[in-house]
Design a protein around this ligand. Sequence first.
Ligand code: DAH
Length: 347
Amino acid sequence: MIPREDLRAHASAILYRIGAAATVAEVDRLQDEALGESSPITAARRSLREATPDQKRALGAIVNEVTTTLADALAARRSVLAEEERIVRLAAERVDMTLPGYRPERGAAHLVMQVWDEIVDIFTGIGYTVAAGPEVETAYYNFDALNTPATHPARLESDTLYVDYGDDPEGVLLRTQTSPVQARWMESHQPPVHIIVPGRVYRRDAVDATHTPVFHQMEALAVGEDITFADLRGTLAYFMDQFFGKHTRQRFLPNFFPFTEPSAEMHVSCHRCDGSGCRTCGNRGWIELLGCGVVDPNVLEAAGYDAGRVSGWAFGVGIDRLAMIRHDIPELRFFFDADLRVLEQFR
Ligand code: DAH
């Protein structure tokens, strides 16, 4: 039987330490020490089981009294400390809403993709369909179906990147132009045709200010009954005015492409000086922009069309070149260097 004095001494020592406890965690530890399994109070409570009724009466009252006192003191101290700790925590977590925030860097479409989207918009707005084809292409679609003879210099390995594929080393290549999609589309669609083909193309060029081995083109093709060079001119005039956002003039100089006859290169009046001569146009007033022409009957026939019944026009334009000219960018390389100081100016 534990003497009642010991219980009181135990209780008052713990009470003192409860008053001095500095953290909720410390109060938890004291709770265990004061009233837990191995505390004298628990031992006293256990001993009551074998006690006589008299002993029970005397010790039981003390055990209850001490238990209540300690439990109350622990609860009171815990609530004071918990509140203090809450205040400290809130102060530490305080956010100053007047501080300037950290603005995350916002990404943006690359200028070449912006121009790509714009010209697609211009043409889908007048009813054209966007077509696509493979970048790894056969020599048949890239050249033969486009009336390009086996002896044409563009087919040389010095100009075209061939892909080592099977036993026909001359048969598979990285397309050098978006034109092969003309042939692919006509093979699987009946006229009338009104398509545009934006896409990546590849050439075996060394990198310099105006050449990179990969760049972007957009092909356009219109085929139907009675389609003439006049339709091509009207369409290009509309395209140029929309793209440069102002009235422009076009002129057409004779040229040669295997897939068009007649073929022309189109020049546009300089959007910056309106033709009077400036740095952008190299003082010429005109800018050479694209190749075009009336689709050669051989191309129509190779695709299975009746060249006696339908005719068409086509053009191919460099998307990167359009972007460089409109924004006065001197180096094609800027588009591929991914230097944010350059690209950030166009977002
Ligand atoms: N494919 C030609 C090139 O890459 C551009 C071109 C010229 C496309 C005339 C055409 C065209 O459709 O009719 O240089």
